[in-house]
Design a protein around this ligand. Structure first.
Ligand code: ZN
Length: 416
């Protein structure tokens, strides 16, 4: 896939182009229109440039996919109808935008460089602060490379069906500033978690961090002196912000110590055991899992087991240098390791679509309603579309599926 796109920057807008808001389309020349020009067309025919644009096919609901269409204008859903529409901008499986619950976009610029890396490819060697491969590279990276990598990753997310993300930013205050610069104008909803530059607690530094981020997130209890971590967690939570950390990723950690920090949510739990899941479920702590990135290290999160214990599970893509921020790849990876455990396709999709809502305190299920934001994307795959159970076909093969259109508050992106 990368090879076929030689010559492009990774994460650029690829074969997609932004479409201007439909209200403007009536004033545009043909070259900027989403519709192909016809020889005998007048310049601005209302029939060709409707105020409301449509997507059509099968719409995802709580009960699965149902035949229908959606009309939207200026980023707002104006019409939810039954049956297909011939004049739709895109046709296929129509889903709400996903939320990427766990990223480290700061190392996205290392994706290409990492492919040629011949050193030890273990999690400690690559990611442990302060001397893992990633942290060494981040220290010597130019700000331009860092910001460019984050921005390209965000644009990649936007055109592949993701509307929001939660990023763990390294590098203290400068790291947060790089993220805030990169995401400016992308229209994505970002929950940005900062962390101190070093592995110690400093009240003034944390005060400064919390002014420009949504909370504090650290690597793991193992990397910190526990009393320092307690001060850090209390400070963040006391300020009304989020606190989170990776837990039991490579080996099992004390769930009591982790939960005593009162985290807003946890990441991974790949090496946790049933006792730990039970404790996390009773504490009502959501967990973000990253099955595609975990697979790189031979790890597998027990999504089916977590769900059986009643844990709210959200999907993420983790480190940008290992795993592109494509949520559909995470869905397929999650499905491949969870279907044997009895997870149902709709449950898998919910992890990607609504799993993070508990953390954000946003209620509601999967539905398209008139008057709601037109945050949606269309998967154009005839095989999935015609399948007897499109949700099952989608989770089984969506990793390489084409997203033919993505709409959010920042505009509409359509495959050329
Ligand atoms: Zn992580």
């Amino acid at each position: 896939m990368q090879g076929r796109r030689a010559g492009r920057q990774e994460g650029d807008d690829g074969p997609f182009r932004p479409l201007l808001p439909s209200c403007l389309s009536a004033f545009l020349p043909f070259s900027l229109s989403p519709f192909p020009p016809g020889a005998a067309q007048p310049l601005y025919p209302a029939r060709r440039f409707p105020a409301v644009q449509y997507v059509s096919g099968k719409l995802l609901t709580e009960e699965g996919f149902v035949s229908g269409h959606l009309g939207f204008e200026d980023g707002i859903i104006r019409e939810v109808g039954k049956g297909p529409r011939r004049d739709a901008l895109a046709k296929g499986l129509v889903l709400p935008l996903m939320f990427n619950a766990h990223t480290h976009l700061g190392d996205s610029f290392l994706r290409r460089r990492f492919r040629g890396f011949r050193g030890e490819r273990s999690i400690p060697a690559l990611f442990a602060p302060p001397s893992g491969f990633k942290h060494r590279e981040l220290r010597r990276a130019s700000r331009r490379a860092l910001v460019g990598g984050i921005r390209n990753a965000l644009l990649e997310m936007r055109r592949t069906g993701t509307g929001g993300f939660c990023d763990f930013r390294e590098g203290g205050l400068p790291g947060l500033a790089a993220m805030n610069d990169a995401r400016c104008g992308t229209g994505l909803r970002g929950i940005v978690m900062g962390r101190p530059a070093g592995l110690g607690y400093d009240r003034e530094e944390v005060d400064a961090l919390l002014k420009v981020c949504d909370g504090i997130a650290v690597s793991a209890i193992t990397d910190w002196e526990y009393p320092e971590l307690q001060k850090l967690a209390s400070h963040a939570l006391g300020a009304g912000k989020l606190f989170s950390l990776h837990a039991s990723e490579v080996f099992r950690e004390s769930i009591d110590k982790v939960l005593d920090l009162r985290p807003s949510f946890l990441v991974h739990l790949t090496k946790a055991e049933e006792f730990d899941y039970e404790r996390v479920a009773v504490a009502g702590i959501p967990v973000a899992v990253c099955p595609a990135a975990n697979a790189f290290f031979g790890l597998r999160p027990r999504i089916d087991l977590m769900r059986r214990f009643g844990i709210d599970v959200a999907l993420g893509t983790d480190n940008g240098m290992i795993s592109p921020p494509r949520m559909l790849a995470a869905v397929q990876a999650g499905w491949e390791i969870s279907r044997q455990g009895g997870l149902r396709p709709m449950e898998m999709l919910r992890c990607a679509l609504t799993g993070f809502r508990k953390i954000l305190n946003v209620p509601g299920g999967i539905s398209f309603k008139e008057g709601a934001p037109a945050d949606l994307f269309v998967v154009d795959d005839p095989g999935m579309y015609r399948a007897r159970d499109p949700a099952a076909a989608l989770v089984a093969r969506c990793g390489a599926a084409a997203v033919s259109l993505a709409s959010s508050r920042s505009g509409v992106w359509k495959e050329r």
